[in-house]
Design a protein around this ligand. Structure first.
Ligand code: 2P0
Length: 326
């Protein structure tokens, strides 16, 4: 009997962002990044290599995906087959507990879980850094979702040197994110294409790489000091600089909707009333608010002037990947 391996990986939100590749084939980023893994959003994926199959079968939330939609997963499985000397196709069952394609980084938890399940099912025994390197080949942000808590992805310069590690886990101080889940319109451009356009055309890109280095240094210190204000300020500025790259690309693009700007304004208002909260934004309309648990009620009350309660999700720091065999 072929063995089935199941992995569960949580999503992460970058506080210092990855936005640009140095090497698209190997997924080597232009700069390092730092993230917080969240407990609320995760992907659970089971992989079984099966000699009876004539093609990979990928089920997403119990629906069989057409080959075209499963192509990125099959390419990733090819990499695992190549490394393990495995020649057979696989059944992949994925359940996503992340709003898909809404800027809540489902590719991060998705490829981290796939890397964990597929590598173990194929007989590879990778340590955490090895898993992180493998997940990177699926999607850059997945590099970080192997680990829990605060995580840093070292940019590196080749396959071996580009991987993530834990900065702080468990996170035993009061920091959380409130995700404001906004109506997802059609994404204007994928992350992969958006960042490639920015690297190729934004005149500000060299400044991004330089300031990211400074942000990484300051963010590491802020995390060690358990300084919510510093974490929030650095993250907010870094996020807006990332989005400024998009606005300065040729042709320009952005991921904001009117609701995004409403949520940003609400955070600024709260702050002017003495509430210590900050926002970050990824490749989608959603706003993630960095704050302390003790301020949850006041922030929720303010946001509910504009948004429904079910659009507001409180997420605490979450764990690293778990892998089980049966
Ligand atoms: C991040 N994002 O650091 C950045 C910030 C979104 C904004 O990584 O091309 O799906 O698969 O490596 O990882 C989202 O892009 O892109 C992302 P690929 P990915 O979290």
């Amino acid at each position: 009997m072929a063995k089935t391996v199941t992995a569960k990986a949580h999503t992460n939100i970058a506080l210092v962002k990855y936005w640009g590749k140095k090497d698209a084939a190997l997924m080597i980023p232009q700069n390092g990044s730092i993230s917080l893994t969240l407990d609320h959003f995760y992907t659970q994926t089971s992989v079984t290599f099966d000699a009876h199959l004539s093609a990979d079968q990928v089920y997403f939330n119990h629906q069989l995906l057409p080959a075209a939609k499963a192509a990125r997963i099959s390419r990733f499985l090819d990499l695992v087959r190549h490394r393990s000397g495995q020649a057979t196709f696989a059944t992949v069952q994925t359940e996503n507990h992340v709003p898909t394609s809404a800027g809540l980084a489902s590719s991060a938890s998705g490829f981290a879980a796939l890397a964990g399940a597929a590598s173990r099912a194929a007989g590879l025994r990778l340590d955490a850094a090895g898993l992180s390197r493998l997940a990177r080949r699926g999607s850059g942000s997945a590099t970080r979702s192997i680990f829990g808590g605060f995580v840093e992805w070292h940019a590196g310069h080749d396959d071996q040197s580009s991987y993530a590690e834990v900065l702080q886990d468990p996170v035993n101080w009061d920091i959380q994110m409130i995700a404001v889940v906004l109506k997802a319109t059609q994404k204007p451009i994928s992350s992969t294409d958006g960042m490639a356009r920015v690297v190729a055309t934004s005149p500000y890109y060299p400044a991004w790489v330089t300031t990211a280095e400074t942000d990484l240094k300051r963010m590491r210190q802020a995390i060690i000091a358990r300084d919510l204000t510093a974490v929030g300020q650095i993250a907010e500025t870094n996020a807006m600089r990332m989005h400024a790259l998009n606005l300065s690309a040729d042709p320009a693009f952005n991921y904001f909707t009117a609701d995004t700007l409403t949520a940003i304004q609400a955070v600024s208002d709260l702050r002017s009333h003495g509430i210590n909260c900050y926002y970050t934004l990824d490749a989608g309309p959603n706003v993630k608010i960095i704050c302390a648990g003790q301020d949850t009620n006041v922030i929720m009350t303010r946001l509910q002037q504009h948004f429904d309660a079910d659009q507001l999700i409180v997420a605490k720091p979450g764990p690293g990947i778990t892998i089980t065999e049966k």
